[in-house]
Design a protein around this ligand. Structure first.
Ligand SMILES: C[S@@+](CC[C@H](N)C(=O)[O-])C[C@H]1O[C@@H](n2cnc3c(N)ncnc32)[C@H](O)[C@@H]1O
Length: 184
């Protein structure tokens, strides 16, 4: 079966790579969620690796939208490669990378978030900590999306969403491995 792909897909596959991160339908869904963010809105991504998902988010962002990409970029995860990748597409103009641990960043973060995308540490306590710390900063009507909503490879992501997140957010969809919900 042929999957849905975006015009920018081939170049992201070629330049950034297909090693890890979002797959085809994940990418389409992320781009869709980014496109819903209003002009001058704010997207925060936690866990950016080499920037594959960041590029898909940026590719669909409306004018004036800013994207903050947070990653600890510990070796062998390469911050230089992330920067090369976003710069290749000109996305460095809208993406601000923050080289730090998620929970260290959130302490001083004040801006209301329109779309929060969580794809960092996939263990239960870590997902819980990220969600609890960042969720209050998402504006009412904003979206929170998670990658790896998948019982087999990452049971903790699914377990946390099923147990907690879906009680608090209004589910807006599950596309491939992306679960998303709207904050009431
Ligand atoms: C699965 S990768 C992200 C893939 C990326 N979203 C993509 O699609 O290309 C997970 C990333 O989360 C980062 N990470 C894990 N725990 C983190 C934390 N506590 N704070 C910041 N980044 C973290 C890792 O360094 C890694 O780059």
């Amino acid at each position: 079966m042929k999957t849905l792909r975006l015009p920018i897909h081939d170049e992201i596959d070629r330049f950034v790579g297909h090693y890890i991160g979002v797959m085809d339908m994940d990418a389409v869904r992320l781009a869709y969620l980014a496109a819903q963010v209003p002009e001058n809105g704010l997207i925060v991504e936690i866990g950016s690796f080499w920037g594959r998902s960041s590029c898909f988010l940026a590719s669909a962002a409306k004018p004036g939208v800013k994207i903050i990409c947070i990653d600890r970029w510990d070796k062998p995860v390469d911050f230089k490669k992330f920067n090369e990748n976003i710069t290749h597409f000109g996305f460095d103009k809208i993406i601000t990378p923050v080289h730090a641990k998620s929970l260290d960043v959130v302490r001083d973060f004040r801006d209301p978030i329109d779309l929060l995308y969580i794809d960092a540490d996939h263990h239960y306590d870590a997902i819980k900590a990220d969600y609890e710390a960042w969720m209050p900063l998402v504006r009412s009507g904003g979206t929170i999306a998670f990658h790896d909503y998948c019982g087999k490879a990452w049971p903790d992501v699914k377990r946390y969403i099923d147990n907690v997140v879906q009680e608090e957010l209004q589910i807006s969809g599950i596309y491939q491995l992306i679960w998303s919900g709207v904050k009431p």
